[in-house]
Design a protein around this ligand. Structure first.
Ligand code: FAD
Length: 457
C-alpha cells in the first residue's frame, strides 16, 4: 500500500480505487460479522415516526408503497436485552449522566469519562434529551426510555429499492445540496431558517446546474486519473475553483452518501415484472457509472470512515473506556472482540485521510461552526424523507457520518481526552461503514457486469 500523502485530500493522492478495494476485501468480512451477528450492532433505536419535518409540510411527499414500510419491534420480548427500555432504564441515575456542555467547556483536556461515575461505560449512558452537544455534527437520536423511540432490527429492514421518488425525494436532495452553499461570511443558522432562507436566493436556485457542470468538468479529470481522492471542485455560485478544502469535503460527504444510497437501491432492485430482487445494471449506469465523480465521492467517504474508525481504535479497545452493555459478560466480550477485529483491519493501512489539514488555514477556522451547523441541518432534513425505510437508513447514515466528523474534527490526536460516544452514534458509525463497504463491493460487480454487457455487444 502506498503511504498516503498528508495532502491526500488537497492534491492528488496515491490512494487509488484498487488500494481501497483491497482494504475493503480485508475489512468487509469482519464488518459484516459485527453488524450482522451481534445484537448491539444489528439494532437501532431512533425516533422514526414522531418528528415532523422542520422545514416544510411533508404530507404530500409520503410514500404509500409497501417497500417503504419499516417493521418496528413493538413487543419488548422481540427486542434484544441490550436495547430494551427496561435495560436502558437501569442505567439511569445521578451518576450516569452524559457529560454536558459545562463539563466539556470547563475541562476540555480531561478524559470526559471522569463525569460518568465508576462502572458506567459511555456507550451505556442514557441520553436524557435531544439536545446537541456542542461538538455534535448531527441531531442526536434520543435513547432515553421516556422518549418516543422506535426499535428496529437493521437486518429485517435492509436498505434497498423502495420506489420512493418524484417531487418529495427531489425536494429533500435539493435541500441537502443547498446546505453546501457556504457563504464567505457565515450567517446565523436556526432550525427553521437554515434551509428555507437559502432556498430563496438565486444562487441557491442555480446550484444544481452549477454542480452538474462542475461534475462534467470533473469527469474528464477523473477518467484520466481514476483516483478517488482527487478533490471535487464544487462551484456554488458563491465560490470559484479555488474552493476551500472544507467546502469540498462537505460536498463530497453528501454526494458520497447519495452515491451509496443509489448503489444499494440499484443493487437490491425490485424487478416489477418478475417480482425478483436483483441488480439493475441500467440503474447503475444512469446514476453512477456515467458520473464517475459520484463514485469517487463514495470512495472518499470510505477513506474518511476508515480513518475515523482507526482513530477511535485505541479507545474502543480499552475495556474500561467503552462497554457493550449487553447484560451478559460473555456477549460483551464477543461484541468487543468483533469490534476489535474491524478496527485492526481498518488500521492496517497508513493513515488514509489527514483530518488535521482541515479548519486550519485561510478561512478554515471560521468555517467549522458553519460546517457543523450545516451538517446538523442535513440530519434534520431526514425527518422530511417521506419513506420510512429511506428515513431509517438516511437517519442512520447521517448519524454515522456525523459521528465520523465529530471523531475526526473534535478530538485532538495528541489529547488524552476520550471521545465520548453514545450507543446510537457507535452503532450508526459502524453500520455506515458497513454500507459503504457493501457499496464498494457492489460497484466492482456492477463494473464487471457493464464490461460483460459491452463485450457481448
Ligand atoms: P435522485 O437520486 O433523486 O437525485 C436527484 C438529483 O441529484 C439527480 O438528478 C442529480 O442531479 C443529483 N445527484 C444524484 N446523485 C448524486 C450524487 N451522488 N452526487 C451529487 N449529485 C447527485 N430510494 C430507494 O429506493 N431506497 C432507499 O433506501 C432510498 N433512500 C433515500 C434516502 C434519502 C435521504 C432520500 C432523500 C431519498 C432516498 N431514496 C431511496 C430515493 C432515491 O435516492 C432517489 O431520490 C429516487 O430513486 C429518484 O431518483 P432520481 O433518478 O430522480 O435521482
Amino acid at each position: 500500500v502506498c503511504p498516503i500523502s498528508p495532502k491526500a485530500i488537497v492534491s492528488d493522492a496515491c490512494a487509488s480505487y484498487s488500494t481501497l478495494e483491497r482494504l475493503n476485501r480485508n475489512v468487509k468480512p469482519a464488518l459484516d460479522d459485527l453488524t450482522r451477528t451481534t445484537d448491539f450492532f444489528s439494532h437501532y433505536r431512533l425516533n422514526l415516526f414522531h418528528k415532523k419535518c422542520p422545514f416544510w409540510n411533508d404530507e404530500n411527499g409520503m410514500c404509500g408503497n409497501i417497500a417503504c414500510a419499516v417493521q418496528t419491534l413493538d413487543n419488548e420480548e422481540d427486542i434484544p436485552p441490550v436495547w430494551r427500555a427496561s435495560e436502558l432504564g437501569k442505567l439511569e441515575g445521578p451518576l450516569a449522566k452524559h457529560p454536558g456542555k459545562t463539563t466539556q467547556r470547563e475541562e476540555p483536556r480531561r478524559p470526559l469519562r471522569g463525569g460518568l461515575g465508576e462502572g458506567v461505560g459511555e456507550s451505556c449512558v442514557v441520553e436524557y434529551d435531544d439536545e446537541c452537544d456542542e461538538r455534535d455534527y448531527c441531531v442526536p437520536e434520543d435513547e432515553s426510555a421516556a422518549s418516543k423511540g422506535d426499535y428496529v432490527s437493521l437486518l429485517q429492514n435492509p436498505e434497498r429499492f423502495t420506489g420512493y421518488a418524484g417531487d418529495g425525494a427531489k425536494q429533500v436532495w435539493d435541500a441537502i445540496y443547498r446546505e453546501n452553499c457556504f457563504q464567505k461570511t457565515s450567517f446565523p443558522h436556526s432550525d427553521s431558517l437554515g434551509v428555507g432562507s437559502q432556498a430563496q436566493g438565486p444562487a441557491a436556485m442555480d446550484f444544481k446546474a452549477v454542480i452538474e457542470a462542475a461534475g462534467r468538468q470533473q469527469v474528464l479529470e477523473q477518467q484520466r486519473q481514476e483516483n478517488p481522492m482527487t478533490p471535487f471542485v464544487a462551484k456554488t455560485g458563491f465560490e470559484h475553483e479555488d474552493e476551500c478544502l472544507e467546502k469540498r469535503v462537505f460536498y463530497r460527504v453528501i454526494s458520497g452518501m447519495h452515491a451509496s444510497i443509489s448503489t444499494h437501491l440499484c443493487w437490491d432492485f425490485l424487478n416489477q415484472t418478475t417480482g425478483q430482487w436483483q441488480p439493475n445494471v441500467d440503474c447503475y449506469v444512469n446514476r453512477l457509472h456515467t458520473h464517475p465523480e459520484r463514485i469517487s465521492n463514495l470512495y472518499f467517504n470510505y477513506a474518511l470512515l476508515t480513518r475515523a474508525i482507526a482513530k477511535l481504535g485505541p479507545y474502543l479497545s480499552q475495556e474500561d473506556t467503552y462497554r457493550f452493555c449487553t447484560g451478559d459478560p460473555e456477549q460483551d466480550a464477543t461484541t468487543r472482540a468483533k469490534v476489535l477485529a474491524v478496527i485492526e483491519k481498518a488500521s492496517s493501512v497508513p493513515q488514509i485521510f489527514d483530518e488535521s489539514l482541515m479548519f486550519k488555514n485561510g478561512e478554515g477556522p471560521s468555517l467549522k461552526e458553519d460546517f457543523r451547523n450545516r451538517f446538523r441541518n442535513v440530519s434534520r432534513l431526514m425527518d422530511c424523507v417521506g419513506c420510512d425505510k429511506c428515513r431509517l437508513w438516511g437517519k442512520l447514515q447521517t448519524a454515522g457520518y456525523g459521528t465520523a466528523l465529530k471523531v475526526l474534527f473534535e478530538f485532538d490526536n495528541n489529547s488524552p481526552e476520550i471521545p465520548v460516544l453514545k450507543r446510537t452514534e457507535l452503532v450508526a458509525l459502524f453500520n455506515t461503514y458497513a454500507r459503504l463497504s457493501s457499496s464498494l463491493e457492489a460497484i466492482q460487480h456492477f463494473r464487471e457486469m457493464v464490461q460483460e454487457r459491452d463485450a457481448a455487444g
